[in-house]
Design a protein around this ligand. Structure first.
Ligand code: DON
Length: 304
C-alpha cells in the first residue's frame, strides 16, 4: 500500500498544478530551454527516511542551492572568523546578482548573493584537488552517490557569464577576491552546474537539519557549529530580497536555485525540497514557494 504521506505529497502537487506564474530563467540559455512543467517534492527526516513525489528522478542543476554548502566548506577550511573577514552576513535587500558591495566594508554583504558566493568559492582550498572537485566530493558525501557536473549547463552559463565576471572584477578591485576573476567565476559557475535530483537535495538538507551528520551513512560531514552558521545565513539571506516574506510565511531557513529548486531545513527534524522551473521576479520558484507554504502549514514546519 502506498504510504499516506506519499498520497499527501501527490495532493500538494495536484493542487498547485494551476500555478503557472513566472518564467524559466532566461539569462542562461540551457535553463531557458527547460521543461517548465516538471515538478517534484522530496522530504528527508533526520533518520534518513525519504518521501518523494512527482518527477523524482529528473536531474537539474543545483545553482544557488550550492551556495550554503560552499560557505560550509569555506568555514571548514579556514574557520568562521577568517570567512567573516571576507564575506558579511547581512541581508542585501537587493537582487541576487546585483553589482554591489557593502559600501562601508567593501565586502560582499552575504554568501548567498552572487558576489558573496564568488568570493566564497575563491576562498576554498585547492591543493591536490581543485575547488570544484572538492565541492563535488562534498555533494557526493552529502547525497551518498557520485555527483557530477551538467556540462551543457556549465558551458551555457560560462558563455553568458558577463555579469558574474563584472562582479568578480568589482570584488577584486575592492580587495575582496582571493583569486583572479576568470578562474573564480569559472569555479563558481561549475559549482552551480552540479546535477542533482530532489532526493539528493533532500539528503543534503537533512544533513544540515541533522547538525552535519548525513542521516543515511551516519558520517559527520560538516561540524555542528558550521551548520549553525550556514542555517543562520540561510534564514536571513537565502531567499534574497524576499527573505523576510519567506521567513514570516514558510518560517524555515531555505535556499533557492535559478533552475527551480528550493531546499528548506527544519533543524532537528527534516529537510524539505521542492522543484518547479518557473521563477518569480526574485529568481525563486513561483510554484515551489506555494508548495512550500502548503507543506509548512500542513506539517507544522514554521519555527515560530
Ligand atoms: O550565478 C548565477 O546567476 C547562477 N549560477 C545562480 C543564480 C541562482 O541560482 C539564483 N537563485 N535563485
Amino acid at each position: 500500500m502506498r504510504s499516506p504521506i506519499l498520497g499527501y505529497l501527490d495532493t500538494v502537487i495536484e493542487e498547485t498544478a494551476h500555478i503557472s506564474a513566472g518564467d524559466v530563467a532566461g539569462y542562461i540559455p540551457e535553463l531557458a530551454a527547460a521543461d517548465p512543467d516538471r515538478v517534484a517534492i522530496a522530504l528527508c527526516t533526520v533518520n534518513g527516511t525519504v518521501y518523494s513525489s512527482g518527477d523524482v528522478d529528473h536531474r537539474f542543476s543545483i545553482q544557488s542551492m550550492s551556495k550554503p554548502f560552499a560557505y560550509a566548506l569555506a568555514i571548514e577550511d579556514h574557520g568562521l572568523g577568517a570567512v567573516l573577514d571576507n564575506v558579511g552576513v547581512e541581508p542585501s535587500g537587493e537582487a541576487f546578482n546585483e553589482l554591489s558591495l557593502d559600501p562601508e566594508t567593501g565586502k560582499p554583504r552575504n554568501p548567498m548573493i552572487n558576489a558573496g558566493a564568488i568570493a566564497t568559492h575563491a576562498l576554498l582550498k585547492s591543493d591536490e584537488e581543485s575547488s570544484v572537485e572538492r565541492m563535488l566530493k562534498l555533494f557526493s558525501q552529502l547525497t551518498g552517490r557520485q555527483i557530477d557536473i551538467e556540462e551543457a549547463v556549465a558551458a551555457s552559463e560560462l558563455g553568458a557569464g558577463d555579469r558574474n565576471l563584472g562582479l568578480a572584477h568589482l570584488l577584486r578591485a575592492a580587495g575582496a577576491l582571493a583569486q583572479e576573476p576568470g578562474p573564480a567565476v569559472e569555479g563558481y559557475i561549475r559549482q552551480c552546474a552540479a546535477s542533482v535530483t530532489v532526493r539528493d537535495l533532500a539528503l543534503m538538507a537533512a544533513t544540515l537539519a541533522n547538525a552535519g551528520v548525513q542521516p543515511e551513512t551516519g558520517e559527520q560531514v560538516l561540524r555542528r557549529q558550521t551548520t549553525r552558521q550556514v542555517l543562520s545565513v540561510m534564514a536571513s539571506c537565502g531567499m534574497y530580497d524576499a527573505a523576510g516574506d519567506w521567513l514570516s510565511t514558510v518560517g524555515i531557513p531555505a535556499k533557492s536555485g535559478v533552475a527551480g529548486g528550493i531546499i528548506g531545513v527544519l533543524p532537528g527534524q527534516i529537510g524539505v525540497v521542492v522543484f518547479s522551473p518557473r521563477l518569480d521576479p526574485h529568481g525563486n520558484s513561483a510554484r515551489g514557494i506555494e508548495m512550500m507554504k502548503r507543506l509548512s502549514e500542513d506539517l507544522g514546519l514554521h519555527l515560530m
